[in-house]
Ligand binder design. Structure first.
Ligand SMILES: NC(=O)c1ccc[n+]([C@@H]2O[C@H](COP(=O)([O-])OP(=O)(O)OC[C@H]3O[C@@H](n4cnc5c(N)ncnc54)[C@H](OP(=O)(O)O)[C@@H]3O)[C@@H](O)[C@H]2O)c1
Length: 223
């Protein structure tokens, strides 16, 4: 599959390298045609990896990822072009983190709104699926590192897009038991998790962790 990734940071590069490794063609999009970091990435990853502008990547991808800092996500989507993103799934990995006061960051969007909702509202012809934003990029593509199942969530308005992304998460990266939180408004919860995630990162000194949900078993009827 041809996959376009908006973003040349750690997340875009990590997801992109994994997708090329398993046989997909990936274009990373950036602000300019010439991007040193992304060009180095493409050289290292090899055949199947390419680099372009945000607009180039949006034209290229049959399926898209949004992997840019939350403060720039809406401007990047605008640069990518709503027409180029129409009728496609956009997997939104971004978080609305505001580092202007240092670490830990605060949320720039919170309460009765989320970045996922703003992206979906800006792209009414695109099926936005929020996922992977609750874990570090190393964990996104290698949940098997824990040796036991851990939790990942999806939020989206479109049920078929959600089902397709859940299948991709399993086939591409090995995520099992992904939890469907409901429509895109449920991104408010996963984005707010970053307030605790960043504190855990500070306390543990690594991003290689995740949560595991434990639910009380249903009482079994006596036979
Ligand atoms: N890092 C993680 O492990 C992790 C985990 C979960 C979620 N996330 C979320 O994933 C997203 C990407 O994170 P990241 O660490 O890979 O990268 P990042 O540094 O947050 O974003 C890099 C991208 O932002 C673009 N950018 C920077 N300034 C811009 C501006 N003024 N206007 C337009 N675009 C601009 C860069 O463009 P150029 O390509 O032109 O340089 C680049 O493509 C973030 O929202 C983050 O919260 C990150």
């Amino acid at each position: 599959m041809k996959i376009g990734i908006l973003g040349t940071g750690d997340v875009g590069q990590t997801i992109g390298a994994k997708l090329v490794d398993i046989g997909h063609q990936v274009m990373l999009g950036s602000r300019s045609k010439v991007h040193e970091g992304a060009s180095d990435w493409a050289r290292q990853v090899g055949e199947g990896a390419s680099v372009g502008t945000f607009e180039d990547a949006a034209r290229f991808g049959e399926l898209m990822f949004c992997c840019v800092g939350g403060a720039h996500a809406l401007a990047v989507i605008d640069a990518a072009g709503a027409d180029n993103l129409a009728d496609k799934i956009l997997i939104d990995v971004s978080n609305p983190l505001d580092f202007s006061h240092g670490f830990p960051p605060v949320l720039a969007i919170t309460g009765t709104d989320s970045l996922g909702e703003r992206i979906q509202a800006a792209l009414p012809r695109t099926r936005v699926v929020k996922t992977l934003n609750t874990v570090a990029n190393s964990v996104m593509v290698n949940p098997g590192m824990f040796g036991e199942p851990t939790a990942l969530f999806v939020s989206a308005n479109d049920a078929s897009a959600k089902a397709e992304v859940i299948k991709h998460l399993n086939d591409w990266f090995g995520w099992n038991g992904v939890i469907d939180l409901g429509d895109i408004t449920s991104a408010r919860g996963t984005e707010a998790w970053l307030l605790l995630w960043t504190r855990l990162y500070g306390a543990l000194g690594t991003g290689d962790f995740n949560i595991r949900l434990v639910k009380k078993s249903e009482a079994k009827p006596e036979t």
